[in-house]
Ligand binder design. Sequence first.
Ligand SMILES: Nc1ncnc2c1ncn2[C@@H]1O[C@H](COP(=O)(O)OP(=O)(O)OP(=O)(O)O)[C@@H](O)[C@H]1O
Ligand SMILES: [Mg+2]
Length: 244
Amino acid sequence: MFEKAELMYEGKAKQIFAVTDNPDLVWMHFKNSLTAFNAEKKDEMDGKGEVNQKIASVIFRFLQSRGVETHFVDQIGDRDMVCQKVEIIPLEVVVRNTIAGSLAKKFGLAEGEDLQDPLTEFFYKKDELGDPFLSDEQALMLGVSDSQEELDEMKQSALKINQQLSEFFGKMNVRLVDFKVEFGRRPDGSILLADEITPDSCRLWDKETGDKLDKDRFRRDLGRVLESYQEIYSRIEAQWQEYL
Ligand SMILES: Nc1ncnc2c1ncn2[C@@H]1O[C@H](COP(=O)(O)OP(=O)(O)OP(=O)(O)O)[C@@H](O)[C@H]1O
Ligand SMILES: [Mg+2]
């Protein structure tokens, strides 16, 4: 019932197409590429687009059932998704439960220690600058967002997503260490969750073994990258059938 039209944008992980006769929608194709460190490290992996589309679709359905508004409209075949078209707010909204990645590096902290409370951070989506951290005041100065209220709404929504996803992954014996989301604006100015939530955008550690089941396997050359993404999907299949 949806028909893919012209390519509007090609990113590192997805292609965004128009949808015939429906200017309010986009057609999102999940690529098999994997990139890290601002695309300095790249690879192609057969099956990666498919597993990410499946994981993202279940997560969007689950979040919607828990009252989080998302851009997800429909899953199309194995590699594609139809979503509401939004104006992406150029911020990566990060939520952390456990110290890892850039937070560990920046402050010389050991990875793996739980934070007392979840921490939210904004990064400016600008590849040329390497997506730098920015404060709320800097986001307002740059005009990335026009109000503190909108920034607060994104943080609150990200924290709600964190609560829901911690439960979601917890049931699968997976620890949600941290994740990144993007929000978009509808034409009426209201915001909703956009882009994707997949092992590319989360840190997911097995609760028992501590095994990494996310993009750090690729970043750090740990091997079994696709197998780990597939492991996440097979645990989803075992635990969350109502959302498949
Ligand atoms: N519902 C949506 N409507 C319009 N654009 C969207 C929507 N959801 C996601 N996008 C945007 O589509 C692009 C998806 O492609 P991809 O994730 O491959 O980009 P990327 O390489 O990470 O680059 P970017 O720095 O632009 O995010 C991103 O720019 C993302 O912000
Ligand atoms: Mg992206």
